[in-house]
Design a protein around this ligand. Structure first.
Ligand code: SAM
Length: 238
């Protein structure tokens, strides 16, 4: 248990995000031409939180998902977790600026592979752009499953594989050139963005992720492609 990454991959990922934390939101906005806001809104619509939901946001970073839930469908509470403290610091700043809109948010440094919560502690677990950074996806999915109540839901947003070959080729060309370029401009360091780009390219297609969710014990697994499959929102029930 604990937040310190257990392997070299985790340490590398944490060091990338600790260096990027204060510019992460700007990078997101620029590299997606602002479309990421629409993707977030779709995540919130999928979650459709009730007022008594207890939410765990895994790899929650600077709080995009958590604060979107506060805006669209405020739950009873949100546990905003990440293993990079600098990302959580930015989220706290955003809360101080009013982003939580009165929802109770607690912050915790936590590794997605080893969540420091009791079985069945949450009614909803969210994870946006976290899965592709994890060293052991199956383990992280199993942890999400463990901390959910029976009938609780796991909602995941992640980059995906556009089904249309032309769109896919255009998007991959954009990824190859633009992500390190925009990342370099925003942060002065291209290397972390080369990792981010490659992690997007390597990430398995939607059907495979859906099967991994079933293998982790989830049922009623579905996904919805957004912007022609650049990203997908997965919805799974414990
Ligand atoms: C691309 S950011 C996404 C942040 C946020 N969910 C969002 O939508 O903007 C990925 C986040 O995952 C976190 N992360 C990566 N691996 C993790 C792990 N094993 N446990 C917890 N957090 C992790 C990173 O620190 C980073 O904040």
């Amino acid at each position: 248990m604990g937040a310190a990454p257990q392997d070299a991959h985790g340490r590398r990922v944490r060091s990338i995000f600790s260096g990027l934390a204060t510019r992460y939101d700007l990078f997101n906005a620029l590299s997606s031409f602002g479309i990421y806001r629409r993707w977030l809104a779709q995540v919130a619509r999928t979650c459709a939180c009730a007022a008594d939901d207890r939410v765990l946001d895994v790899a929650g970073g600077t709080g995009d998902v958590a604060f979107e839930l506060c805006r669209v469908c405020p739950p009873a509470s949100i546990e905003l977790t990440d293993f990079t403290p600098e990302m959580l610091d930015v989220a706290r700043e955003r809360e101080r600026a009013g982003a939580a809109r009165g929802v109770a948010i607690a912050y915790a440094e936590a590794d997605a592979h080893d969540l420091p919560y009791a079985d069945g502690a949450f009614t909803l677990v969210t994870c946006a752009y976290g899965l592709r950074n994890f060293s052991h996806r199956a383990r992280a999915m199993a942890e999400a499953h463990r901390v959910l109540v029976p009938g609780g839901r796991y909602v995941v947003l992640e980059f995906a594989t556009p089904p249309n070959v032309v769109w896919r080729a255009l998007y991959r060309a954009y990824l190859t050139v633009a992500i390190p370029l925009i990342g370099g401009l925003v942060s002065g360091d291209r290397s972390g963005f080369t990792y981010l780009r490659d992690s997007i390219k390597r990430f398995p297609p939607q059907e495979r992720i859906a099967q991994e969710l079933r293998d982790a014990g989830f049922s009623h697994v579905s996904y919805r492609n957004l912007t022609g499959g650049i990203v997908a929102v997965y919805d799974a029930v414990k």
